[in-house]
Design a binder for this molecule. Structure first.
Ligand code: FAQ
Length: 326
């Protein structure tokens, strides 16, 4: 769908990559115009988008693994059908996002190669294990909840293909969040053992969910420029705070306790204040030393190898169809 846009010219005349071109580009951004694949853009803008969109795509694909772990053990046929649909949605999100990245002139195969080689980042959150069924609820509630908080503003991102991909993705993520909350609600209203399982899942997923938003603003190297380019509309800390403010009352409604003894409501600021985030844990996960980093990459590599014959068959079929048409 996106590659078709490469065949049509952008509505703006394409200026040469000079300083006036950069000023013209920033003026378009400031006027809230969308940048399309054929439009002139600074190399650094293109590079930032490829970086962020490909990391996002990899996150969706690796993100299928923790919940995929529970498809065969979902507690009812209904739960199994819903979970299969959700995990498939995440795969679809990865495909839209690789498509959006391709409009910037990179090959999907190259991006996937980087993931499999371990040189590309994907979201830290997917390096944690799913030990019980309640983790599936916690992922929907917290991880999809955090993902929506971060991604709704990307629907207004300055780069057209990324912004448009996010519209559908956010609709689906919103359904995912509600199915997760509904699992948590069922457990929270269940037996003492089910309540304990829900609390244990919250205990393990709370802090990693806060880390999903990225380093604190003071340590975020890309935020300032990405906000000038309107790739990001809010800083990491702003989105993290919004997430905390929305999620704490939901935990209270569930009768669960947020695992943060320092958590308190600040009446003056009208915000919940949290205790400090353990950024050493975040950095360890980013460096490949989270509980499941190796397992996740091994699973992706095995899936890629097992799918080799499918890619070859699809290419052979396309080739045959082309020759027949000729
Ligand atoms: N994990 O300067 P910043 C989902 C990296 S999708 C790993 O703040 P930026 C759906 C960052 O890349 C979840 N790395 O960077 C789902 C950069 O590294 P680099 C993914 C992280 O880009 C739900 C460095 O740290 N969502 O959950 C993380 O301005 C359920 C410095 O950071 C997106 O990708 C992290 N958490 O802001 C699927 C949304 N945070 O490239 C299945 C789009 C930061 O210099 C089940 N992305 N880093 O080597 C974004 O909004 C941004 O890229 C941020 C980071 C906010 C993630």
């Amino acid at each position: 769908m996106y590659t078709q846009a490469l065949d049509s010219h952008g509505k703006e005349p394409v200026p040469a990559p000079t300083e006036p071109a950069a000023a013209h580009f920033q003026a378009r951004i400031d006027a809230d115009e969308k940048i399309e694949p054929k439009d002139w853009m600074p190399d650094a803008y293109r590079h930032t988008l490829v970086r962020q969109i490909s990391q996002h795509a990899h996150s969706e694909i690796v993100g299928m693994l923790p919940e995929g772990n529970w498809i065969t053990r979902a507690p009812s046929l209904r739960r199994k059908a819903v979970l299969i649909a959700k995990v498939q949605d995440e795969g679809g999100h990865g495909m839209y996002l690789y498509g959006a990245a391709e409009t910037l002139g990179v090959e999907r195969a190259e991006l996937i190669e980087q993931l499999l080689a371990g040189t590309a980042k994907y979201s830290s959150i997917f390096n944690y294990p799913t030990l019980t069924w309640a983790d599936v609820g916690a992922i929907g509630w917290l991880v999809d909840g955090a993902a929506i908080m971060n991604q709704i503003p990307i629907c207004r991102c300055s780069y057209g293909p990324y912004a448009r991909a996010m519209v559908r993705i956010c609709k689906e993520e919103s359904f995912h969040q509600r199915q997760g909350f509904e699992i948590m609600l069922t457990l929270a209203r269940g037996s003492a053992a089910q309540q304990a399982m829900a609390q244990d899942a919250l205990d393990r997923w709370w802090w990693p969910s806060l880390m999903m938003f990225g380093p604190s603003d003071a340590d975020s190297k890309h935020t300032a420029q990405s906000m000038r380019w309107k790739i990001k509309r809010f800083s990491n800390d702003e989105l993290r705070q919004k997430f905390v403010d929305i999620t704490v009352p939901q935990a209270q409604f569930l009768g669960l306790t947020i695992p943060d003894p320092a958590l308190r409501w600040n009446e003056g600021a009208q915000h919940f204040e949290t205790g400090p985030i353990d950024w050493r844990e975040f950095q360890a996960v980013l460096q490949g030393n989270g509980p499941c980093n190796r397992e996740r990459l091994a699973a992706r590599r095995a899936a890629h190898e097992a799918g080799q014959w499918v890619r070859e068959a699809a290419a052979a079929h396309a080739d045959k169809a082309r020759r027949r048409a000729a």
